[in-house]
Design a protein around this ligand. Sequence first.
Ligand SMILES: *[C@@H]1O[C@H](CO)[C@@H](O)[C@H](O)[C@H]1NC(C)=O
Ligand SMILES: *[C@@H]1O[C@H](CO)[C@@H](O)[C@H](O)[C@H]1NC(C)=O
Ligand SMILES: *[C@@H]1O[C@H](CO)[C@@H](O)[C@H](O)[C@H]1NC(C)=O
Ligand SMILES: *[C@@H]1O[C@H](CO)[C@@H](O)[C@H](O)[C@H]1NC(C)=O
Length: 482
Amino acid sequence: MATPTASFLRFLLFSVLVFLCTLDNLGFALQPRELESEHLTHMHTLNVSSLIRSTTCSPSTKGSNKRASLTVVDKHGPCSQLNQDKVKAPTMTEILEQDQSRVNSIHARLSKKLGLNGLRASKATTIPAKSGSTIGSSNYVVTIGLGTPKRDLTLIFDTGSDITWTQCRPCLKCYQQKEPTFDPSKSSTYSNISCSSSVCSQLSFATGNSPRCSSSTCVYRIQYGDKSFSVGFFGKEKLTLTPSDVFKNFLFGCGENNQGLFSGAAGLLGLGRNPLSLIQQTATKYNRVFSYCLPSTSSATGHLTFGKTASSSSAIKFTPFSKLTENTSFYGLNTLGITVGGKKLSIATSVFSNAGTVIDSGTVITRLPHDAYSALKAAFKAKMKSYPLTSGFSLLDTCYDLSKYKTVSIPKISFLFSGNVKVDLDVSGIILAQKISQVCLAFAGNSDNDSVGIFGNVQQRRLEVVYDVAGGRVGFGPAGCT
Ligand SMILES: *[C@@H]1O[C@H](CO)[C@@H](O)[C@H](O)[C@H]1NC(C)=O
Ligand SMILES: *[C@@H]1O[C@H](CO)[C@@H](O)[C@H](O)[C@H]1NC(C)=O
Ligand SMILES: *[C@@H]1O[C@H](CO)[C@@H](O)[C@H](O)[C@H]1NC(C)=O
Ligand SMILES: *[C@@H]1O[C@H](CO)[C@@H](O)[C@H](O)[C@H]1NC(C)=O
């Protein structure tokens, strides 16, 4: 039988427990150290000074010793050969304007109303004229060799288009480029493709335009948006990726009439899904596998690697291509959700599945369906509430003035894709600094829920991204450039 003292003690114990539970609910029960580890798990802390662009190049070593690996640089950064006198680098405002132009063109190509006919749809669509041209926003370039003797050419690489082209002499109209313009008459391995060749007819699908004929030579035309295009002879030539990786008879466009803000690059390297892309043309050697890492800053370098590598290992998590884009140049992903600061946003998965998602090396800022972006923005703002908001910048509408801070804590952001794949973005894939007094969330929303979402190149920074085209899947791994 309990004594009065014992029941009092029991009451006391009960009260203490209730008190502790209440404290716990209020979040007071966590020890400071636990709070700190909670913080470390879900936040990136970085020096504000590190947000400013460096003006010197610190190349990465990873990838450079691999057999079929090319160095990837931001075409406007200090590591780029193009970043010199002749060609003026665009401002960030210009880059973001051009980015919207590219996104408009992708939306037109993948529009549901047009029945997802891929590039073919672009003919039926007029894209509003904008100051930039779409291709100018593809920021990453590699240098390849073409012809005999070999000429080095720096090309923008693009997972969103198929044919590779370079400006060719004699130019009817060429824009200014850094390297000498390729001259097929000076190469012993160049030959024209004839109009009757079956590969000539494949241009219809790869470019969205029927090929034409000039003195029985096949003529291609590809346009990327309102203003940029390349027209010229369809030819074949020796392509040298690395000294040991040489392809005879590589099909490419020898462009004699070219227009666009390509910022000094000699043309474009098409890494899309269709038969004329580099990936399909090198299938017997690389089995349709390629990977890249885009550097986190313009003063670092990354890599573009063809074929399976040791890094295509267990650290890489694969998600299957979505069905949505199977007949287009694009690689589609199934986005299932987004986490901010360790917490999954409450966005119905139908928001992502209705719109669909493509991964694109040429789009700068990730685009989300309208409602998904609203949820992301709200969660980001809640985690960043101790920092003063400032005005938006171009298409970025959530910006902070960090000029009074030495360090900043940014919530971690992860993307969830089908196949149980969680991709943790690098901190350089979450915020963009226009200047220290204007540091912005590096995402944007589509104006509606239906236009396709795009996983852009800022969000891919420093990730190892593996395209296993033969296996129908894309893989992501951490820290691919270090
Ligand atoms: C921030 O700067 C301090 C001193 O300048 C340095 O010791 C520290 O490693 C830096 N931290 C990061 C995350 O860069
Ligand atoms: C390719 O065809 C065009 C048009 O017929 C011609 O002008 C050019 O000389 C040809 N080039 C070669 C290398 O045959
Ligand atoms: C892609 O093309 C194939 C063959 O023409 C067709 O069966 C399939 O339904 C198409 N897929 C989509 C998503 O349009
Ligand atoms: C997006 O869809 C939701 C419901 O699914 C709707 O409430 C919202 O208004 C839509 N937003 C736009 C911009 O269409």
